[in-house]
Design a protein around this ligand. Structure first.
Ligand SMILES: *[C@@H]1O[C@H](CO)[C@@H](O)[C@H](O)[C@H]1NC(C)=O
Ligand SMILES: *[C@@H]1O[C@H](CO)[C@@H](O)[C@H](O)[C@H]1NC(C)=O
Ligand SMILES: *[C@@H]1O[C@H](CO)[C@@H](O)[C@H](O)[C@H]1NC(C)=O
Ligand SMILES: *[C@@H]1O[C@H](CO)[C@@H](O)[C@H](O)[C@H]1NC(C)=O
Ligand SMILES: *[C@@H]1O[C@H](CO)[C@@H](O)[C@H](O)[C@H]1NC(C)=O
Ligand SMILES: *[C@@H]1O[C@H](CO)[C@@H](O)[C@H](O)[C@H]1NC(C)=O
Ligand SMILES: *[C@@H]1O[C@H](CO)[C@@H](O)[C@H](O)[C@H]1NC(C)=O
Length: 660
C-alpha cells in the first residue's frame, strides 16, 4: 500500500545510493520438455505432460515433485520490496481404477530445489521421518480426507505453510468442482503483497472465474525470502490416482524497474540522476554531496522529490490496480495529501485560538474541515532544516506503523515552505492535561481507564520494540505525548525523536533531549537510547498515572523538588506504597491492582537498565500472565564511572524541572 511504498522509497534513498534492483521473472510452459525443470521422486515426463506420481494399474504409494530449475527472487533487500506473484496451471487428477483415490497435489514455493516428501497424506511435500525438514508455502489440492491434518473433506483446497495442517481451506464442491473428476482443471493463484491477500481460483474452463474459491488475508512477506524455488508435488497412498500437470505459467511482479546501474563510489551523481527523473526543481540539490538523514539534503527540493516519488508511485499503483476490490478502502484509510488552502481554512489561518499543543516539531492546531465535518489535529513545522529532517523521519516511520494505540496519521501537506502533518483529532486531549487538570476542570480519570492506559501503552511499545519489522525506539515517552481517544484509550504520538533502528545493531546515539524526569539515568549520562530507556520512561509514566503527580514536582510550601520515582520508592520501603495512589481517586481502585501497577512502575524505573523488565514482560504482568517482579525496599543507587548519581544529574538542572 502507498505508505509502505513511501517508507520503502525513503529508506531506499537514504540507504542505497546504487539502485540495482531485482527483476520480475516470468515463464510459460504451454507444454513441458525436459528443459528447465527438475523431476524428483516418481515424477516423469510423458507426451509433454508431467506425471507427478507413479502410474501403474495396481494400488501403490508414491510421491514425486517437479521444480523449476532456476531460483526465483521474491525479496529485494536493497529496496525492501517483496514481490507479488501470480501463477496459473492446468492439471487433472484421475484414477486408473474407479474409487481408488488419494492423496492429491500441491503447488509450492520452497527455499530448496530438492523438495520432495513422503507418499500418503504427506502430499509428497513433507518428509514423514523429518516433518520439519522441508520448508514450504503450498496450496494443496487434496483428494483425501486426512483427519491427522484436520482435513475438512476429500475435495478441498488449502493454504499450508511448513506443515500440512492448513491455515485455511475451502471446499472445491462449493464451486461445483470435483478435483478427482479427471477433467482438465485450471487453477490461478495470485498473491498481491501490497494487499496482503492470496487468492485461489478454480475452473473447468480456461476463463478465470470472477470470485476466488479460497481467499486468505495473509502477509507472506516473512516467508518470501530472497531466492526460492517453485514447483509441484503429489502423492498416492495405496491408490492408483494419477496427477498430471499439463501447462504452467508463472510470474513475479512488483519490483521496481532498474533505471540506472551505477558504480558504488560515485554515489552523489547517480542519486541526483535518479532524482531528476521526477519533475522537480533542480536548483538546490547539486550542491550536496551526500544523501543521508540529518545532513543538509533534507532541503525543500529533496522533500518535494520524496513527495513526487510518493505521488508517482501511488498514482501508478492506483492505475495499475484500480479495478481491484478493496483497494479504494486502502487508499482512503492510508495517509493522503491535503491542500494548504484546505488546512489554512480548517485552522482559521493557523489562528492562535486553535493551538492545542506545542511540540518539539512545532505548534499543533485543531482543524475543522467544513465540507466533511471532520476534525483533525495539524502539526505545523518550524522553518528550519531540523524541522524538515524531523518531518521526514516522522513521516517515513509513521507511514509504516499500524497499531491501535498509535495516533493515526491522516495525511500531510508540503506547500508555501511549510510542512504539515494531519492526525486524527483526539477528543480527550493529552494524558498530562487529564491527569493534572486545571482546578476549574474537574474531569477525573477513572481507575479502569488508568489500567487501560498502562496496558495499551505497554502493548504499543511491545509492538514498536519487538513486533514491527524494524525496531523503533520512541525516545520521548511522556504524558504530554500520549493522547486519549474518545474511549480514553491511550494513543502514542510524536515520533519526532524516533529513529529507526536495525535489529542487532548497537543503539543509535543521540544527544537530543526529551523531557527531564522521564529520562533514564544512562540516557542522560551517555545519550544512548535503547529499549530499556523507553521502558524507564514508561515506568515513570505509569507511576504518574497511578499517583497523579508529575515526575518532578515542587513540594508543597517548600522549594524542594521531589522526584516521583524516589518518592514512591521511599513509600514502598516504608511499606506504605498505597499512600502513593492518586488522592483524587478517593480510594476508588482495587488495592492489589494499584499495588501491582506501582511496583511495575518502580521495576521499570530501576536505575540499573539491566534490572528493568522487557516491555513484553510488563505486558504479561499487567495481563496477569506472569508474576510481578520483586522490587527491593531500598532504591538501588547506581554509580557511573564519573561518580555522578541520578540525583546529582536531576538536581543539576533546576530550570527544566519546572517546565511541565
Ligand atoms: C529454458 O532455458 C532456456 C535456456 O537454458 C531459456 O532460453 C528458455 O527461455 C527457458 N524456458 C523457460 C520456459 O524458462
Ligand atoms: C540446486 O541448487 C544448487 C544451488 O542453488 C545447485 O548447485 C544445484 O545444481 C541445484 N540442483 C538441481 C538439481 O538443480
Ligand atoms: C526423508 O529424510 C530422510 C533423512 O533425511 C531421507 O533418508 C529420506 O530419503 C527422506 N525421504 C524423502 C521421501 O525424501
Ligand atoms: C515489475 O513489475 C511491475 C508491475 O507490477 C512493473 O511496474 C515494474 O516495472 C517491473 N519491474 C521490472 C524490473 O521490470
Ligand atoms: C563513476 O565512477 C567510475 C569510475 O569509478 C567512472 O567510470 C564512471 O564514469 C563514473 N560515473 C559517473 C556517472 O560519474
Ligand atoms: C535546471 O533548472 C534550470 C532553470 O531553473 C534549467 O535551465 C535547467 O535546464 C535545469 N536542468 C535540468 C537538468 O533540468
Ligand atoms: C521493509 O518493509 C516493511 C513493510 O513492507 C517494513 O515494515 C519494514 O520496516 C521495512 N524494513 C526496512 C529495513 O526498511
Amino acid at each position: 500500500m502507498a505508505p509502505t511504498i513511501l517508507l520503502v522509497f525513503l529508506l531506499l534513498l537514504f540507504n542505497s545510493p546504487s539502485l540495482t534492483l531485482s527483476e520480475n521473472i516470468s515463464f510459460d510452459f504451454p507444454s513441458f520438455t525436459a528443459r528447465n525443470i527438475t523431476l524428483l521422486g516418481d515424477s516423469h515426463l510423458k507426451n509433454g505432460v508431467i506425471g507427478l506420481t507413479r502410474e501403474i494399474g495396481v494400488p501403490s504409494s508414491s510421491s514425486g515433485s517437479l521444480v523449476y530449475e532456476n531460483p526465483i527472487r521474491f525479496f529485494d533487500q536493497e529496496s525492501n520490496i517483496t514481490a507479488s506473484f501470480s501463477t496459473s496451471f492446468s492439471f487433472s487428477i484421475n484414477s486408473l481404477n474407479s474409487g481408488s483415490f488419494g492423496d492429491g497435489l500441491t503447488f509450492f514455493l520452497s527455499p530448496d530445489n530438492q523438495t520432495l516428501g513422503s507418499p500418503g497424506g504427506y502430499l509428497g511435500l513433507v518428509n514423514s521421518s523429518e516433518p520439519n525438514k522441508n520448508k514450504f508455502l503450498a496450496i494443496e489440492f487434496d483428494t483425501k480426507l486426512d483427519t491427522e491434518f484436520n482435513d475438512p473433506n476429500g475435495n478441498h483446497v488449502g493454504l499450508d505453510i511448513d506443515e500440512l495442517d492448513s491455515i485455511m481451506t475451502a471446499d472445491a464442491g462449493l464451486q461445483n468442482i470435483d478435483l478427482k473428476s479427471g477433467n482438465l482443471i485450471t487453477a490461478w493463484i495470485d498473491y498481491k503483497n501490497d494487499l496482503r491477500v492470496l487468492n485461489v481460483f478454480l475452473s473447468y474452463s480456461s476463463l478465470k472465474p470472477p470470485t476466488p474459491l479460497l481467499s486468505v488475508d495473509i502477509d507472506l512477506s516473512h516467508y518470501l525470502i530472497d531466492d526460492m524455488f517453485v514447483g509441484f508435488s503429489a502423492s498416492t497412498e495405496g491408490s492408483t490416482e494419477v496427477h498430471l500437470i499439463h501447462s504452467w505459467r508463472f510470474k513475479t511482479f512488483g519490483f521496481l524497474p532498474v533505471r540506472s546501474k551505477s558504480h558504488p563510489h560515485n554515489v552523489s551523481d547517480s542519486s541526483v540522476t535518479e532524482i531528476s527523473e521526477f519533475p522537480v526543481s533542480n536548483s538546490t540539490e547539486k550542491h550536496h554531496n551526500r544523501l543521508g538523514l540529518g545532513i543538509g539534503i533534507a532541503g525543500p527540493a529533496f522533500f518535494f522529490v520524496v513527495l513526487a516519488v510518493f505521488g508517482y508511485v501511488s498514482v501508478k499503483k492506483w492505475k495499475d490496480t484500480r479495478v481491484e476490490k478493496g483497494l479504494k478502502a486502502e487508499i482512503l484509510t492510508g495517509p493522503r495529501e491535503f491542500s494548504y488552502r484546505g488546512l489554512y481554512a480548517a485552522t482559521r489561518g493557523f489562528h492562535s485560538s486553535r493551538i492545542i499543543g506545542h511540540g518539539a516539531f512545532g505548534n499543533v492546531y485543531k482543524a475543522v474541515f467544513v465540507s466533511s465535518g471532520d476534525v483533525g489535529a495539524v502539526k505545523r513545522s518550524k522553518h528550519s532544516h531540523e524541522g524538515k529532517t524531523e518531518f521526514l523521519a516522522e513521516l517515513s516511520i509513521i507511514a509504516g506503523l499500524r497499531h491501535k494505540n498509535l495516533v493515526p496519521l491522516q495525511g500531510w501537506c508540503a506547500d508555501k515552505g511549510e510542512l504539515l502533518l494531519v492526525y486524527e483529532f483526539m477528543p480527550n486531549g493529552s494524558l498530562d492535561k487529564v491527569l493534572h487538570p486545571e482546578p476549574e476542570n474537574s474531569v477525573l480519570l477513572a481507575w479502569s481507564h488508568r489500567q487501560n492506559i498502562a496496558i495499551g501503552l505497554a502493548s504499543v511499545l511491545a509492538y514498536l520494540h519487538q513486533e514491527c519489522e524494524q525496531q523503533v525506539i520512541h525516545r520521548d515517552i511522556k504524558t504530554s505525548n500520549i493522547m486519549l481517544d474518545g474511549n480514553f484509550s491511550p494513543r502514542l504520538g510524536d515520533f519526532g525523536l524516533a529513529r529507526l533502528m536495525d535489529h542487532d545493531k548497537s543503539p543509535v546515539s543521540t544527544l537530543t533531549a526529551g523531557t527531564m524526569g522521564y529520562l533514564a539515568p544512562e540516557y542522560l549520562q551517555y545519550g544512548k537510547a535503547t529499549e530499556k530507556t523507553d521502558v524507564f520512561s514508561y515506568g515513570v509514566v505509569i507511576l504518574e498515572v497511578a499517583c497523579g503527580r508529575r515526575p518532578i514536582e515542587r513540594e508543597v510550601n517548600s522549594q524542594k523538588m521531589v522526584n516521583l520515582v524516589d518518592w514512591v520508592w521511599g513509600l514502598h520501603g516504608e511499606g506504605r506504597i498505597f499512600e502513593a495512589a492518586d488522592k483524587k481517586l478517593n480510594g476508588a481502585f482495587e488495592e492489589e491492582e494499584m499495588r501491582k501497577l506501582l511496583l511495575v512502575g518502580l521495576s521499570c524505573a530501576h536505575p540499573d537498565s539491566a534490572e528493568r523488565p522487557s516491555i513484553r514482560r510488563v505486558l504479561q504482568i499487567l495481563n496477569n500472565e506472569a508474576n510481578p517482579i520483586a522490587v527491593p525496599k531500598m532504591k538501588p543507587s547506581l554509580v557511573f564511572s564519573c561518580s555522578l548519581t541520578v540525583e546529582d544529574i536531576v538536581s543539576d538542572d533546576e530550570e527544566s524541572k519546572t517546565t511541565a
